[in-house]
Design a protein around this ligand. Structure first.
Ligand SMILES: [Mg+2]
Length: 312
């Protein structure tokens, strides 16, 4: 199988909106709509570092796109186009079937057309670049949180880290472990919520490296601080069932959740109910810099580590 055959068989999607020229030339030609700007993001997943060796190929295809779409969600952008650079140790047709199916299913559902890429031989690694559209001036940013804003998160926290443990066989087998594993292997980018937050949230970030780390980025970009009540953090029944003792720490510092954390006026929260995912207020933005964690009685809580560091 040559590179051309590989692309033709697994990676030639139907043409997407705004694609003047897709896969097959030296570069794609893309046409954003008038009045929109493009949000661009890229992320690499390396086997053995970002996902366990031997992970299901469908999960690798899905995750490689999902983690990028999560960055578009955090900007309030609508996915349009993606590029894929795939490094493979060998040409395994069954593996490629699964990978391409996982990627294509999420791409189609998200309105994101694959418009180019590259394949090469080497240790398994996947780099995806996404381009999303957002009305000029309408993008969400990390900067902009205001004193008195409610700090909120979508969904539940800690499931990604719990799911990685499940995938590595570190949790007792059963329905709860399976549910967590699915959260790690097939994360759902919060695209509808990101769009709903345009014009509502004052600042937004996706939770990829752990809440404490990512909230820290949002607060420092905004030049503010916050108090977060750790007993208010939303955790799933599955996480509490199999990681009871660590649920709070995983919710605070575990990575790979791909939920959105945002700041908005407290009274704006009620209008966000239709975004298809639960939203939980976890704290309040304050003028004093830094992130203060307290329990339900207001006592300070400390955490062992501040989140994922890629070079630690
Ligand atoms: Mg991000």
């Amino acid at each position: 199988v040559t590179e051309f055959e590989l692309i033709a068989r697994w990676f030639t999607p139907p043409p997407g909106a705004g694609v003047l020229l897709g896969v097959g030339d030296d570069a794609a030609l893309l046409a954003p709509r008038a009045g929109e700007v493009l949000a661009a993001a890229t992320d690499t997943l390396v086997e053995g570092i970002h996902f366990p060796s031997g992970s299901p190929p469908r999960s690798i295809g899905h995750r490689a796109l999902a983690v990028n779409l999560s960055d578009l969600a955090a900007m309030g952008a609508e996915p349009r186009w993606a590029l894929l650079a795939l490094t493979l140790p060998a040409l395994d047709e069954r593996w490629l079937d699964g990978f391409a199916a996982g990627f294509a299913e999420l791409a189609a559902r998200s309105g994101c057309a694959l418009v180019g890429g590259d394949t090469t031989r080497g240790p398994l690694a996947v780099t995806v670049t996404v381009l999303g559209a957002v009305p000029a001036g309408g993008a969400l940013r990390r900067a902009g949180a205001r004193v008195g804003d409610a700090l909120c998160v979508s969904g539940t926290l800690g499931d990604g880290a719990g799911g990685l443990r499940a995938a590595q066989g570190d949790l007792p087998p059963g329905a709860a472990s399976d549910a967590l594993r699915a959260r790690f292997e097939l994360p759902e980018p919060r695209l509808a919520l990101g769009r709903a937050l345009r014009g509502v949230a004052h600042a937004c970030i996706d939770v990829s490296d752990g809440l404490v780390a990512d909230l820290g980025h949002l607060l420092s970009a905004s030049g503010v601080g916050a108090t977060v009540e750790v007993d208010a953090l939303p955790t799933s029944d599955a996480l509490r069932a199999v990681c009871a003792a660590q649920a709070r720490e995983l919710a605070l510092t575990g990575g790979d959740d791909y939920e959105l954390a945002f700041a908005c006026a407290p009274e704006a929260l009620a209008a966000l109910g239709a975004a298809g995912v639960a939203l939980t207020r976890i704290g309040t933005v304050e003028a004093a810099p830094g992130l203060r964690l307290v329990d339900g009685a207001g006592r300070p809580v400390t955490v062992a580590r501040g989140g994922h560091d890629h070079f630690a």
